[in-house]
Design a protein around this ligand. Sequence first.
Ligand SMILES: C[S@@+](CC[C@H](N)C(=O)[O-])C[C@H]1O[C@@H](n2cnc3c(N)ncnc32)[C@H](O)[C@@H]1O
Length: 230
Amino acid sequence: MLAQASPWHAHAAQRTATGLAEPLSVPARMEWTTRPGQGPGADVLGSDLRGKRLLELGCGPGHNAAHLVARQGAHVTGVDLVGLQVRRARSHYGRLDNLTFVAGHALRYLHASDEQFDAIYSVFGAIGLIVPELLLPAIAQHLTPGRVLAFSVPHPRRGGLSASGDDRPRRDHVTLPDRTRLPIARWEFDTARWEKHLSRAGFWITSAQEFRDPRMSHWPTTLLIRARKL
Ligand SMILES: C[S@@+](CC[C@H](N)C(=O)[O-])C[C@H]1O[C@@H](n2cnc3c(N)ncnc32)[C@H](O)[C@@H]1O
C-alpha cells in the first residue's frame, strides 16, 4: 500500500483525514520555527520580495508559500514529495495567483528544471531529508551569485541529542497525528558541518540562528541557516 511506502505519505494521509482541506485565510507571518510568532519572518529571504521568484522544497500544506505570494508579492513554486500534500495545499490556497504547487521529489524537480530563482528555502522540509552532497549542488544550479538559500531544520541538539559526528544520516521519526512514529533518515548537522557542505556546493553562510520553545524543553528546537551563493 502507498500509505506504507513513505512515512511522509502516511503523515499527509492522516493530516488530510483529520483536517478539512478547505480554503484558508493566508497567514499573516512566515514561520521558520516550531513556535508560531517566534523569530524572523519573510525578511530572511530579502527585504522586498515583490515579483521575486521563490522555490520552496517540501512545502507541505503551503502556508508559508501562500504568505509569500499574498502578503509579500512574490511568485512561489512549492514542491512536495507527496501528492496528497500538494492536493491539500491547492485546496487551501489554489485560488491565489503566482502560486504553483508541484508534486515530486525535490532532487528530481531540481534536476529536471532549468529555472533560476531569486531565493530557495525549506522549512522543516526537504533540506535535511535528502543527501546534502546531492541536494546542495542541485540547489546551487538554480541560483546566481548573491542569491539566498535559507532553511530551518529540527535542531541537532533538540531534546538533549548531539549533532552528527560524521556526514551520514541518522534515524529520526515522523510522528503522525495518531501518535504513531514512523522512521525516517535525517542529516543532523551542526552549523559547522552545514558550513562545510554549503561551502563545497558554492555557498557562504550569512547567519545561523537557533531557537528554543520553552513549551517543549529547554533545549534548542530549531536551527535556521541563511546562506548566499558565491
Ligand atoms: C515536516 S513537513 C513540513 C512542511 C512545511 N514546510 C511546513 O512547514 O508546514 C515535511 C514535508 O517535506 C516533504 N518531503 C519529504 N521529503 C521530501 C522530498 N524528498 N522532496 C520533497 N518534499 C519532501 C514531506 O512530504 C512533508 O510535506
